[in-house]
Design a protein around this ligand. Structure first.
Ligand code: ADP
Ligand code: MG
Length: 247
């Protein structure tokens, strides 16, 4: 998958002052499986991921995926979004529906799959993710790790062409974190390209093919992951890695 960003800018008006969340993000990345977006908190990672997810429009600049411009018209955006799987920090499951119903929902509502087939496909993916025993439970009866795996099942069920993760483990305790990271690692085998925002730097180092380092609204480097971690070029990345790898 090829991703190209040129001059992507996004401002927010916050308490009367203009906050520049993305300040002309320009980079290109060819990634076979996993591109990891890392950098200090407040650097613009979530803002960038929301733009890539078609959930927020940049104020300026261009995004191309495999050469095609990210659409701006709502009608095309809807179609674009339907081919992505997005997993956020909070699992955003519907509390009044079972895990199975949560996984089926986008298949039926967005993709027009018939109920019976949607159920079969949802159960299949839940089985693959070790969730078969939890299909009939409601989100409140699930642990954080299980809920996040349901959210991942929901994202995977429509067979997206790209998966986007925004700090999928940041609300989880260490054991649950390991459970979800193992699952993400296994997803490599499904060959679906992924963009992963994570503060689990050790994990990013293990799983990422390429890294884009984002700080103060700019991508300061985009590199092969091994190179980035052993020899970061920018002073900011050096400082960041020294800090996060110190413990
Ligand atoms: P990260 O995910 O790297 O921590 P974010 O993309 O969340 O960074 O935020 C980048 C900057 O944009 C921060 O200064 C943040 O406060 C600001 N920001 C993000 N979203 C909003 C919003 N909806 N309203 C106002 N400011 C925002
Ligand atoms: Mg964020």
């Amino acid at each position: 998958m090829k991703l190209e960003l040129h001059g992507v800018t996004k401002n927010f008006l916050s308490a009367g002052t203009l906050q520049r969340a993305l300040d002309g993000v320009t980079f290109a990345s060819d990634f076979p499986h996993v591109l990891s977006l890392i950098g200090p908190s407040g650097g613009g990672k979530s803002t960038l991921l929301r733009i890539l997810a078609g959930l927020s429009a940049p104020d300026a600049g261009e995004v191309r995926i495999d050469g095609a411009l990210l659409p701006t018209a709502e009608r095309y955006l809807r179609e674009y979004r339907s081919r992505l799987g997005v997993v956020f920090q909070a699992y955003n499951l519907f509390p009044h529906m079972t895990a199975l119903a949560n996984v089926m929902l986008p298949l039926v509502e967005v993709h027009g799959v018939e109920e019976a087939e949607a159920r079969e496909r949802a159960l299949q993916i839940m089985e693959r993710l070790g969730l078969a025993d939890h299909a009939g439970k409601h989100p409140l009866q699930l642990s954080g790790g299980q809920s996040q795996r349901v959210a991942i099942a929901r994202a995977l069920a429509p067979k997206p062409r790209l998966l986007l993760f925004d700090e999928p483990t940041s609300a989880l305790d260490p054991e649950m974190t390991a459970e979800v990271l193992t699952l993400i690692d296994e997803l490599r085998e499904s060959h679906t390209p992924m963009i992963l925002v994570t503060h689990e730097i050790g994990f990013a180092r293990k799983i990422a093919d390429r890294v884009a380092f984002l700080a103060e609204g700019r991508v300061l480097e985009e590199r092969e992951a091994g190179e980035f971690f052993t020899d970061p070029r920018s002073e900011e990345a050096r400082r960041f890695l020294t800090k996060v790898l110190a413990y």
